[in-house]
Design a protein around this ligand. Structure first.
Ligand code: ATP
Ligand code: MG
Length: 137
């Protein structure tokens, strides 16, 4: 069993897509091991995406991530990291495969509905960024 961190981003929360997106995970063998809704501060969003701090899109990315509340989850299942990335689709929704979350629910590369950890190491870092032991089931 593997765990990964998923975020339903502010655009998808605003569009009331939380239930539809969670259904994609549950219907595809990923279990919700932890979940909460929160509003990131600029500091938190900047720290979370620190790997991109020198990229030209960093400021827009942080501004977007703090533009409203998000839903963060730990998804658990076999190959959860890759499975989640597959269900999400490509970063740019216009390039995302039909039937993926980003193809179906996202409008642009800036507002692309979901985040998913991209490696085992990052999954562990991101899970501990958001969740305490007693919040994980
Ligand atoms: P995420 O980390 O949010 O799951 P990702 O792993 O598919 O997305 P990353 O390369 O980690 O993509 O980029 C993080 C976020 O930065 C993307 O979700 C996107 O919103 C934004 N981003 C990435 N590349 C670009 C780009 N070329 N132009 C504008 N925004 C971008
Ligand atoms: Mg990423």
């Amino acid at each position: 069993m593997e765990q990964t961190l998923s975020i339903i981003k502010p655009d998808a929360v605003r569009k009331q897509l939380v239930g539809k997106i969670i259904s994609r995970f549950e219907e595809n063998g990923l279990r919700i091991a932890a979940i909460k809704k929160l509003h990131l501060s600029k500091e938190e969003a900047g720290e979370f995406y620190a790997i991109h701090k020198d990229r030209p899109f960093f400021k827009d990315l942080v501004d977007f991530m703090v533009s409203g509340p998000v839903v963060v989850m730990i998804l658990e299942g076999s190959d959860a990291i890759a499975k989640n990335r597959e269900l999400m689709g490509s970063t740019n929704p216009k390039e995302a495969q039909a039937g993926t979350i980003r193809a179906d629910f996202a409008d642009s590369i800036d507002e692309n509905a979901v985040h998913g950890s991209d490696s085992k190491d990052n999954a562990a870092i991101e899970i501990s960024f958001f969740f305490a032991r007693r919040e994980i089931f």
